[in-house]
Design a binder for this molecule. Structure first.
Ligand code: NAG
Length: 306
């Protein structure tokens, strides 16, 4: 019993010190007008034929091409491609805090090596906090352009290293990070739908205001304009993930209850075993050696008083 008690107290004190994670939903009460979209995507087409843009319900076309970098790269897949398969999971509070290193891309609007076979599109674009769409299409298709990408160059095979909304924390894992799609069809289109949930992480006075999203997608050949389309929308709900702790008195009462409970349970178990012995071996056997046991902790006289 003492060992068990000791164990329970140890577990409880540990739990008290560690605190617990509390998830809460509230209506998002902060009026925010804009947000950042951080992305890093490699498309299997030369940059000179690729176009990227954001369109949303405010109708002001944000010229992503001025903010994003278009860098031609050889037809190599990103490093993470060879790592073990990605598991999709919801980041835990500890991971978020440990990985919340804010960063930014150092260049903006750079267009280099436009002839190389792959185009890496990366950077941060300010977007309006309303429903919208970010898309990568072939030049001359979604918008009028001087160049018209030849159909022979179409290949919307892509590797996503980063796709997130809010401040840019490169080490936080998002559902689309480190995912890729390969197609053998020229006129192929990918449609991602993202539901963004503003999320606040809190621990020991530290607050990280960011977002999570849920993702669904479909792909098709011929039916739509070829390209990669990300449709996003914001949830009016905000999630708060916080570490909390019981108040000391609350914890104290809990501990006392547990100790009392174990005490009473031990008494019952002891009685039950006594009854069993009586049933199995008769009175004489159960009484054997009784003198020696007098004064023991679980002696019935002492016990009755509790
Ligand atoms: C696009 O590129 C990928 C990777 O290089 C290749 O596997 C795929 O067959 C190509 N698709 C088309 C339509 O050329």
């Amino acid at each position: 019993m003492y060992m068990f008690l000791f164990f329970m107290i140890w577990v409880e004190v540990g739990g008290y010190l560690d605190g617990f994670i509390d998830h809460q939903f509230t209506v998002d009460d902060v009026i925010r007008k804009d947000l950042k979209l951080n992305l890093d995507i490699a498309v299997a087409m030369p940059c000179k034929y690729v176009n990227a843009n954001v369109r949303d319900s405010t109708q002001d076309r944000i010229l992503a091409a001025e903010k994003l970098n278009f860098e031609g790269i050889s037809d190599q897949v990103p490093e993470w491609y060879f790592q073990t398969k990605k598991k999709v999971y919801t980041p835990q509070l500890e991971d978020v805090l440990a990985n919340s290193v804010e960063a930014r891309f150092f260049t903006e609007g750079q267009h280099i090596n436009v002839e190389m076979p792959f185009c890496r599109i990366f950077g941060t674009i300010p977007i309006n906090r309303v429903q919208g769409e970010f898309h990568i299409t072939a030049k001359g298709y979604a918008y009028p352009d001087r160049t018209m990408a030849p159909e022979a160059s179409f290949n919307f095979t892509h590797f996503i290293s980063e796709f997130s909304f809010g401040d840019f924390f490169p080490y936080l894992d998002n559902p689309l990070d480190m995912t890729y799609k390969v197609t053998d069809e020229k006129r192929h289109s990918y449609h991602y739908k993202l539901d963004i949930i503003p999320t606040m992480y809190k621990k020991l006075g530290l607050e990280i205001d960011t977002t999570q999203y849920a993702m669904s997608m479909f792909e098709t050949t011929e039916r739509y304009m070829p390209g990669i389309f990300f449709r996003y929308d914001f949830d009016p709900i905000k999630m708060i993930v916080a570490e909390r702790r019981l108040s000391f008195w609350h914890f104290f009462v809990k501990l006392v209850t547990i100790i009392g409970g174990i005490w009473i349970m031990t008494k019952w178990i002891y009685r039950g075993i006594e009854k069993l012995i009586l049933l199995a071996f008769g009175k004489e056997f159960a009484r054997r050696g009784e003198e020696k046991k007098k004064g023991g902790l679980l002696d019935s006289d002492e016990f009755e008083k509790i």
